[in-house]
Design a protein around this ligand. Structure first.
Ligand SMILES: C[S@@+](CC[C@H](N)C(=O)[O-])C[C@H]1O[C@@H](n2cnc3c(N)ncnc32)[C@H](O)[C@@H]1O
Length: 241
């Protein structure tokens, strides 16, 4: 039996989400034999093909038209968790074409209405073209999604340096090498009890070695659990001493 979905939204939004997840999965199957893109693996493959060039530029070019969306069940879990926590301030690193962002926006819309608190989804994307397409999908969803999002365009290590509210939840869905610097940028604004979710921490563990070592070092104040979604989904609760 299919797992029930906690997501409550208008039919046209649910239909759009289902279409976008489908395209994303097809794209990833075309790039990777594993059916999933792990940035450290793809960068390694590009480097093997042409050791003379900097693989980062090729990688960025390859990813320019790719969704690499967070899996549907992980998006639904994140939505459910936001509602359970009553979270209203979320940081999403990164955004791509904005699929997971739609779930975050729907979820905080619900918690804001239930609690009367203010809040925002701070989305981040360095590629202008991807940001424009994300905005187009959010407009298609309507004001209940569009109005919940502050999309910061540019390098997130710069755009997240200032003007952050006290953050309830940080979603790390970013190239693995950037994940620890991103966490350290947002850390001063994480509230006690905030949750950090990191995608693909089982299959992408090699690329995440520095982040996972940091999260698991007791002095850094995180309580961690690897949730058994496909390829892993790390849930870390911030409990500073
Ligand atoms: C895995 S995708 C995000 C997918 C998105 N969360 C979703 O579910 O639809 C990662 C995105 O991060 C963006 N990115 C990479 N480096 C970045 C940086 N330094 N600053 C901002 N965005 C960046 C990439 O362009 C890419 O679109």
């Amino acid at each position: 039996m299919a797992s029930p979905s906690p997501v409550s939204a208008a039919a046209h939004i649910l239909q759009l989400l289902s279409q976008l997840h489908q395209i994303s999965l097809e794209q990833e199957a075309g790039i990777s034999k594993k059916g999933k893109v792990f940035s450290s693996d793809v960068l390694g493959d590009l480097e093997d093909k042409n050791p003379k060039i900097n693989p980062k530029d090729d990688f960025d070019r390859l990813m320019l038209d790719k969704f690499i969306a967070l899996d549907e069940d992980k998006c639904q879990f994140t939505y459910q968790l936001i509602n359970a926590m009553g979270a209203t301030n979320i940081v999403e690193a990164g955004t791509s074409f904005g699929v997971s962002t739609i779930y975050l926006a729907l979820a905080i819309g619900k918690t804001k209405a239930a609690t009367g608190k203010s809040g925002i989804v701070i989305a981040t994307e360095k590629e202008t073209k991807k940001a424009a397409i994300a905005r187009k999908y959010w407009r298609q969803c309507g004001p209940e999604v569009e109005q919940q999002i502050d999309l910061r365009e540019g390098d997130l290590l710069e755009t997240l340096k200032t003007d952050l509210p006290e953050v309830d939840l940080l979603l790390l869905d970013i190239w693995s090498a950037l994940s620890l610097p991103t966490l350290k940028t947002v850390l001063p604004r994480l509230r006690p009890g905030a949750v950090v979710l990191t995608d693909n921490t089982i299959s992408g563990a090699k690329g995440y070695a520095d982040l996972l070592a940091y999260l698991r070092a007791p002095e850094n104040g995180f309580e961690n659990m690897t949730l058994p979604f496909t390829n892993g989904f790390e849930m870390s609760v911030y409990r500073p001493q």
